[in-house]
Design a protein around this ligand. Structure first.
Ligand SMILES: Nc1ncnc2c1ncn2[C@@H]1O[C@H](COP(=O)(O)OP(=O)(O)OP(=O)(O)O)[C@@H](O)[C@H]1O
Ligand SMILES: [Mg+2]
Length: 247
């Protein structure tokens, strides 16, 4: 077996009396497409926040590519190769689509200073390439606030592609998008990740999407991983059907 790309050991965290990470031991290998499922409040976003440096766990470690990243800042973790997108897209709504990519590049490299033009953050050809990948090139000069939700999700993901991550963690990439549009959105995302050879984790509530796009599923219940394995197996597990899928 290859070395895990991402590994967590004994992650612990509680908010007051609420345990949101309960001894999470987890490994992800290159090439996997992992769906994370779990009811509201199960700790899915918290897990992502810990892995990407937004929250420090009270115990345990996170390793990426063989190195401990537990106490690194979000920016340092992005620079090591973990990109993320957010449950609510974190866009600069008063800016254009192109400027969002430039701002993401500026923030993530830390290279840009207040007096340097934004266009220096990332070469224009690279911006065009990233927008082309997610089908937003034609909208490059439009204001983000004019984009429908599906395209906002794609732009948030495009912003995460700026530093060519090895791993992309997406928090509910299809939430807020109509059922009809979800498959089209996932098809675009997965095509890009395949082309760029990016390993991925995505949080998803829709079982159809999980079945179609994941190679593995991990189910969260109250801050712990209650089941982890091939989609057919996890989705057929009675505890998961009862407590996660809600049957
Ligand atoms: N910063 C915080 N301070 C206190 N409680 C928090 C904080 N962040 C999250 N929580 C609580 O921790 C629990 C887990 O939250 P988390 O966002 O990880 O859930 P989730 O599985 O992503 O849920 P959802 O499907 O609704 O997005 C929830 O009960 C939430 O209210
Ligand atoms: Mg969440």
């Amino acid at each position: 077996m290859t070395q895990p790309l991402l590994q967590t050991s004994g992650l612990q965290l509680a908010f007051g009396g609420l345990v949101v990470a309960d001894n999470i031991n987890f490994e992800l290998h290159p090439g996997e497409r992992l769906a994370v499922i779990g009811q509201n409040g199960a700790g899915k976003t918290t897990f992502i926040n810990i892995c990407t440096g937004f929250i420090r766990p009270s115990g345990g470690t996170v390793s990426f590519d063989g190195r401990d990243v537990t106490r690194l800042s979000p920016r340092a973790i992005v620079q090591r190769g973990i990109g993320r997108s957010f449950q609510l897209p974190q866009l600069f709504l008063e800016h254009t689509v192109r400027e969002c990519i430039q701002l993401a590049a500026a923030g993530r490299t830390g290279r840009l200073r207040i007096w340097t033009p934004l266009s220096r953050a990332i070469p224009a050809t690279e911006v065009d390439h990233i927008l082309e990948l997610v089908g937003l090139r034609a909208r490059a000069d439009e204001l983000c606030s004019l984009l429908p939700e599906g395209q906002r999700k794609l732009l948030d993901i495009a912003m995460a592609l700026v530093l060519q991550p090895k791993l992309l963690i997406m928090d509910e990439p299809t939430s807020g998008v109509s059922t009809d549009e979800k498959h089209g959105l996932m098809a675009i995302i997965m095509r890009v990740l395949d082309e760029q050879k990016i390993t991925s984790i995505f949080v998803e509530h829709d079982v159809d999407i999980v079945t179609q796009y994941a190679t593995r599923v991990a189910a969260w219940i109250s801050g712990r991983i209650a089941a982890d394995g091939p989609p057919q197996e996890v989705l057929a597990n009675p505890e998961i059907r009862r407590n996660v899928i809600g049957e």
